[in-house]
Design a protein around this ligand. Structure first.
Ligand code: NI
Ligand code: MN
Length: 225
C-alpha cells in the first residue's frame, strides 16, 4: 500500500485495492500543505479528534467524494448533523471496514466540535490493513499505556507528533517510540506554525540511536509501506 504525507497530521493511505483513506485532512488552511482540499480523493476519512487542524477540510471532501467519516462518537454526531455519513466509535473499540480494521486508542489531549456544542474525546488510530498495523497517535502527550499498545500490537509504522507546545516534543516522542517499538517511526505535527517548530532530522537521528527505524517524510511525499 501507499502512504502519502501532506504535512501536519494529514496522511493518505491507498490500499493495494485502490481504496483511499484520508487521515486528519487539514489542507486548505494549512500553510505547509502542498495540496488543497479539492485535489484529494477519499473513500474514507479517519479523524483523531475535532480540532480545526485535524477536522480540517473533512466536510467539504466527504461531501464531494461521498466518503465515510470514521471517528469518536461526539465528533461523529457533529459530522452527521452536517449531513455527512459518519461511523461512530469510541476508545478501546475496533471495527472491520472494507479496507481493514480501525481501533481507537487513548490520547492525552482534548477535543471539541467546531460549534463548541460537544467536547468529545481525543483519540489515536490503530489501522490494520492486511498484516500491517499503522498507528497514528493523534495529538497526544506522553503516557505510559503506550507500552501496552506496543505490547498488544505489532506496529509496522507509527506516526507521532514532535512539535511540542500542544503535543509531545522530541524527547517525549523518542520515549513514546521506545514504548511502542514500531518497525518505523514517522514524525508529524511540526513546522506548520512557529509555535510547533521542531527539527525532524534531530528526532529521527535520536530514534535510530535507540535501534528503531525512522523516516522523515517530505510534505507531499508518498512512500510504499
Ligand atoms: Ni488538537
Ligand atoms: Mn493539533
Amino acid at each position: 500500500m501507499k502512504l502519502r504525507y501532506f504535512s501536519h497530521s494529514a496522511f493518505q493511505i491507498t490500499t493495494d485495492e485502490g481504496l483511499r483513506i484520508l487521515i486528519d485532512p487539514f489542507l486548505d488552511s494549512n500553510p505547509t500543505s502542498p495540496v488543497g482540499a479539492d485535489e484529494v480523493e477519499a473513500d474514507f476519512i479517519l479523524l483523531s479528534h475535532g480540532h480545526g487542524d485535524h477536522l480540517g477540510d473533512t466536510l467539504s471532501i466527504a461531501r464531494r467524494c461521498n466518503a465515510l467519516c470514521i471517528c469518536e462518537n461526539e465528533l461523529a454526531s457533529y459530522i452527521a448533523s452536517q449531513g455527512i455519513d459518519a461511523h461512530s466509535m469510541h476508545i478501546g473499540g475496533g471495527f472491520d471496514f472494507e479496507f481493514g480494521r480501525v481501533k481507537l486508542t487513548q490520547a492525552l489531549h482534548s477535543s471539541s466540535t467546531p460549534d463548541n456544542v460537544c467536547h468529545g474525546a481525543p483519540t489515536g488510530l490503530l489501522i490494520k490493513i492486511k498484516d500491517k498495523i499503522i498507528y497514528h497517535t493523534g495529538d497526544t502527550g506522553l503516557f505510559s499505556d503506550l507500552k501496552l499498545i506496543g505490547e498488544l500490537n505489532d506496529v509496522h509504522t507509527m506516526m507521532l507528533p514532535i512539535g511540542d507546545n500542544f503535543t509531545m516534543g522530541i524527547d517525549d516522542a523518542i520515549r513514546a517510540c521506545e514504548f511502542v517499538n514500531p518497525g518505523r517511526a514517522i514524525p508529524m505535527h511540526y513546522n506548520t506554525f512557529p509555535v510547533i517548530e521542531a527539527d525532524p532530522d534531530v528526532f529521527c537521528t535520536k530514534v535510530r540511536a535507540k535501534g528503531i527505524d525512522c523516516r522523515v517524510m517530505a510534505f507531499g511525499e508518498e512512500i510504499t509501506i
